[in-house]
Design a protein around this ligand. Sequence first.
Ligand code: ACO
Length: 336
Amino acid sequence: MPRIHIIGVGGYLPERVMTNKDLEAIVDTDDQWIFERTGIRQRHIISEGEHTSDLAAAAARQALDDAGLTIADIDALIVATTTPDMIFPSTASIVQSKLGASGFPAWDIQAVCSGFVYGLAHADAMMRGGMFRRVLLIGAESMSRIMDWTDRSTCVLFGDGAGAVVLEARDAGDEPQGGIIGSVLKADGSYRPLLMARHPHPGASPDMPDMAVDAAGVAAVEMQGNEVFRNAVNKLGEVVGDVLAHCHMQPSDVDLLIPHQANIRIINATAKKLKLGTENIAITVEKHANTSAASVPLALNTYYREGKIRKGQVLLLEAFGAGFVWGANLLRWSKD
Ligand code: ACO
């Protein structure tokens, strides 16, 4: 059975930066509160006329360049997003077209903030089964489009962006230690009232009539922050243990934790559980905020481009999001 390797990495952040100071002019908040509670100083915001598919396509181009490939070398395209351009068609099929391709399969994964971690497990299983040789996996979000910009408890937390990887199936004999080692995925929909953005169509959530909407009448994020925080810490702590056990590895085998970038306090709790020092944790939440499905690949891209990931290192990726859905992947970096 082949092993699946990351052979290209890319990212894209919209040009416009919104700092905590900028937010002070919009809602009753301040830089100190936001930074102390979350670790966030700024976020990037998509511009008018730009769409999730544009961010995704830009990240994908960089990942293809990094792999030394073109879109013609790709066999399947997956976009993890919770902020698609439209209800249908899928953002993946729009991205495929924007990249100038057609023919090969393209589809979206909706696992909110865990979308990239789910997507990596999904692609790994399909590729090991022989279905595809090269897959382009993208996490892309325009979370600013589903914010209630009058709700200070949510609008300060999120940002927009995209991250992408090119995956390649290689004969296990060539590099028996490298590539994706294993994944664990979890979900429990009974927690859905704690964090959601309801369907924009009237009547789509008849059991929950008091839908939060933004100024334009679009469904916005609703969250019980304390409960989400508590569950994220507990469930991420469990799942990093589960993926290590699944792969017969120890916390001491992990060289770099690439966590979902929601809140520095959640990240530090997981790192503490694994007894990892600051130098072993990828942290981008300060500059990117929570970009949902884009946050893990954006952090991966940032650390990769800064030369902080070396061949042979073991990376642990984890994420937690609405549903709740959560999960983790372990991989050994095989790229120079
Ligand atoms: N600025 C200033 N004050 C604020 C703000 C703000 N932006 N937001 C809330 N407050 C106030 C509240 O009104 C409250 O005031 P009160 O005591 O007078 O009532 C006070 O600050 C404390 O509010 P809490 O909600 O208890 O603050 P907490 O310490 O829990 O921090 C936070 C809130 C940052 C949202 C935290 O609960 C959290 O990070 N939760 C996880 C949420 C998350 O990351 N969700 C993303 C999706 S899921 C995921 O990606 C993991």
